[in-house]
Design a protein around this ligand. Structure first.
Ligand code: NAP
Length: 301
């Protein structure tokens, strides 16, 4: 079957695209490699989305998923491995099938950046985590560290401070990227210790993580005993499978402006995987509306 629009990714950008495309009466296939919701599903409490003062990421994502589905979007859980431009028709190849559509919206978001330490991968689930709200409860009354200086690291540290005995927040500079209000909140916590100008340089483990080596900019090192290390050092756009067709910038984000057009006619991009200044839930859903409207216009013309 040929679709009007295939949307790759069922996060906030992709599902919002589906809502707008369905409301324009286009038939829509959404392809998702993992689970619906994207990274927002791991946020415990969203406080900055207009109208909802508090909503969990899971509830937000589930409502969005149901809204898209109830409007008639077909949502299939298959990983896209390639896309081809056949001119007026586009081809989307998954690990199981090949689909065709008149237009594509790439809304694949991003994945966790790793520290790149030798035994990091093998310690995932044994002390290393990329999601405080998923794994925090395993560290009740223990000592943990969070590494990073953006909103995710700050929010993770705040969340963990209510569960664990002590949190070290390790940042490579002396100034955070994240919101002032969260920093102030953290400073009020007496079980949070800030370690500035430092990197985590070694993971010491004996089956499980036991301690970390932290190296200061001045070259000095210290070993800190921790049961868990929460890595929150940003995200990497998931655009590798489209790189041969769609232009990316030097850091891997799809080159596109606020109109969500890529360099290929009929292929659009929405959400965190495109070049943009502000990556927030509200800008992802906004992209979804813009990209779907552009795709509908492209098809109708
Ligand atoms: P981010 O803002 O890109 O911050 C990543 C942090 O990790 C930076 O402080 C960076 O240091 C540090 N870092 C990067 N590579 C590192 C490495 N190899 N070793 C040590 N530190 C490293 O990422 P994020 O915090 O995941 O946030 C992503 C986006 O989502 C942001 O736009 C953020 O505002 C947004 N977000 C919003 C909310 C909310 O509104 N409630 C919650 C979470 C995230 P430098 O500062 O030195 O570069």
């Amino acid at each position: 079957m040929e679709y009007d629009i295939i949307i790759i990714g069922a996060g906030p950008a992709g599902l919002t695209s589906a809502i707008y495309a369905r409301r324009a009466n286009k038939n829509v296939l959404v392809l998702e490699a993992k689970s619906y919701g994207g990274q927002i599903i791991n946020t415990l409490d969203i406080e900055n989305y207009p109208v909802e003062e508090h909503i969990s990421g899971f509830e937000f994502a589930t409502k969005l998923y149901n809204q898209a589905k109830n409007l008639g979007a077909e949502i299939v859980f298959e990983k896209v491995v390639d896309i081809n431009d056949l001119g007026n028709e586009k081809e989307v190849v998954t690990t199981k099938n090949t689909y065709k559509a008149k237009a594509i919206i790439i809304a694949t978001g991003s994945e966790n950046r790793k520290l790149g330490l030798p035994n990091e991968d093998e310690l995932v689930g044994k002390g290393i985590s990329y999601c405080a709200t998923c794994d925090g409860a395993f560290y009740k009354k223990k000592t943990v560290a969070v590494v990073g200086g953006g909103n995710t690291a700050l929010e993770d540290a705040l969340y963990l401070s209510d569960i664990v005995e002590k949190v070290y927040l390790i940042h490579r500079r002396d100034e955070f990227r994240g919101e002032e209000s969260t920093i102030n909140h953290l400073k009020e916590k007496d079980n949070v210790e800030f370690i500035y100008n430092s990197n985590v340089t070694k993971l010491n483990a004996n089956d499980r993580l036991e301690s970390i080596e932290v190296t200061n900019k001045d070259g000095s090192t210290k070993t800190i005993e921790v049961s868990g290390l929460f890595v929150a050092v940003g995200r990497i756009p998931e655009n590798q499978n489209f790189a041969k067709l769609v232009e990316l910038d030097e850091t891997g984000y799809v080159k596109a402006g606020e109109d969500c057009h890529t360099n290929v006619p009929g292929i659009f991009v929405a959400g965190d995987n495109r070049v943009k200044e502000v990556r927030q839930l509200v800008t992802a859903t906004s992209d979804g509306a813009v990209a779907a409207t552009a795709a509908v216009k492209y098809i109708n013309n």
